[in-house]
Unconditional design. Structure first.
Ligand code: LLP
Length: 421
């Protein structure tokens, strides 16, 4: 459920009309709904009710500081994967004890930053990384709370670029080797084992892979306890999928996901952590763009937009589907025709959708890409020297620009021409 609905034939974000925002900030832009973000946090919170838990929002999905502040104010923690994300979380006022550090290649500098600024735990992914953290923590005279990310070798049944839980993926330590790795950590100075971490992939639309992975984590918890480790926290990762194609998809609900957690690891006496990103941010945002031209091709029409693959890369990168709707609702019965919806970037890959049915649209008409709040703005680039597009947050009947569009001058001024040239 989200708060992007037509009212009197005009698409709104909560109580704000999209054309009003477009007049103020120009297109293209991203707009997020605060009510939807809050609701998505709450559905997870309710799904885990009765178990001690912390929802650590995976901020890679949408790391605007305003979004993080909103999540932090709800009591969320965050899952960070870089020094930059750590500092953004801090800038949003999220305390170190609610920040989890994940990622397969944390550098020593990043470890130092987090140990000095405060950290809830590091999710470790390899033996060299454990040794590095042990050295950094020891040199600072502190103890780092750690889990090991185990790779349970389950098929997440999602797009191959976002599956992470099979042994051929670069992530985690094979669960079959976990006991020896935990034994090594116990011998390393500066590290304190507190739990286990697992994350098997993103945009999962089936609960069975979660169930299989969490059952393995439950067995490992018992085994590690027998080995004398203190396991008090289980980080179960993120990955719950969202409906991208309205009417065609119904992925499991957070409540059902919570039930899987309860059934698999609920009786171990552990604090539960989850790291949802997409489900919190994805359907909380849309990208709005204007038509530049309608170009009639052979056997198909091209709708050329002012947004491009550099602004929303998911369709070209993962063949991802985003519903694309006109901002002014078509009258019932209006004839819809198939269009290829494309951007102005000079590659054929700059195609958002093929043969998508749309009512007649022409220059300056507005369209909205749904489900663009996660992995949209954060993955944008300035390819073709197109400045990053602005981000807007709506809350009830008011809105604010939470990241402004840079001017061409600002974009160009970042380059430095050496004196000797
Ligand atoms: N935790 C870890 C360790 C992760 O690697 C990820 C996502 C998450 C949590 C959050 O997963 P989520 O709940 O958002 O599914 N750019 C891709 C998605 C990449 C996901 C990477 N890791 C896309 O646009 O589909």
């Amino acid at each position: 459920m989200d708060h992007f609905l037509y009212r009197d034939g005009v698409l709104h974000a909560e109580d704000v009309s999209i054309p009003d925002i477009a007049r103020t900030v120009g297109t293209p832009f991203y707009v997020y709904s605060a009510a939807t973000l809050r609701r998505h946090f709450q559905v997870f919170d309710e799904a885990l009710a009765g178990m001690e838990h912390l929802i650590c929002y995976a901020m890679k999905a949408n790391s605007n500081v305003a979004v993080l502040k909103l999540m932090g104010d709800l009591g969320a923690g965050v899952d960070v994967v870089s020094g930059g994300e750590y500092l953004r979380a801090k800038a949003a006022g999220i305390p170190g004890e609610r920040i989890v550090f994940s990622g397969v290649g944390k550098t020593r500098d990043e470890m130092r930053l987090a140990l000095e600024g405060g950290i809830r735990q590091f999710n470790l992914e390899s033996e060299p990384e454990m040794r590095a953290l042990s050295e950094v923590a020891t040199s600072l005279g502190v103890t780092a709370p750690v889990t090991v990310r185990v790779n349970p070798n389950v098929d997440a049944k999602t797009h191959e670029k976002i599956a992470t839980g099979k042994s051929e993926n670069k992530f985690g330590i094979p669960i079959t080797r976990a006991r020896e790795v935990y034994a090594e950590i116990a011998d390393l100075p500066g590290l304190e084992v507190i739990g286990i971490d697992v994350h098997i992939g993103s945009q999962l639309t089936d609960l069975e892979p979660f169930r299989l992975a969490y059952q393995k984590v439950a067995e490992l918890t018992q085994a590690l306890r027998e080995d004398g480790h203190t396991i008090t926290r289980l980080d179960l990762g993120g990955g719950l999928g969202i409906p991208y194609e309205r009417g065609n998809e119904a992925p499991p609900l957070p409540m059902e996901y919570g039930q899987v957690i309860r059934e698999t690891v609920g009786d171990l006496g552990c604090e539960i952590e989850i790291e949802p990103g997409r489900l919190i941010a994805g359907n909380s945002g849309i990208m709005v763009s204007s038509v530049i031209y309608l170009k009639e091709g052979e056997g198909r029409d091209f709708l050329i937009l002012d947004a491009a693959m550099n602004d929303l890369v998911r369709p070209s990168m993962y063949d991802a589907h985003h519903d694309i709707v006109p901002v002014f609702e078509p009258e019932p019965g209006v004839e819809q025709r198939p269009h290829d919806i494309v951007g102005p970037v000079c590659e054929s890959g700059d195609t958002f959708a093929k043969a998508r049915n749309l009512p007649p649209l022409g220059p300056n008409d507005l369209v909205a890409f749904r489900s663009a709040g996660a992995y949209g703005a954060v993955m944008a680039s300035e390819y073709n020297s197109r400045p990053l597009i602005p981000e807007v947050l709506v809350d009830g009947d008011h809105f604010a620009v939470i990241r402004a569009r840079p001017t061409y001058e600002e974009m160009i001024a970042r380059d430095i021409v050496p004196e000797w040239l």
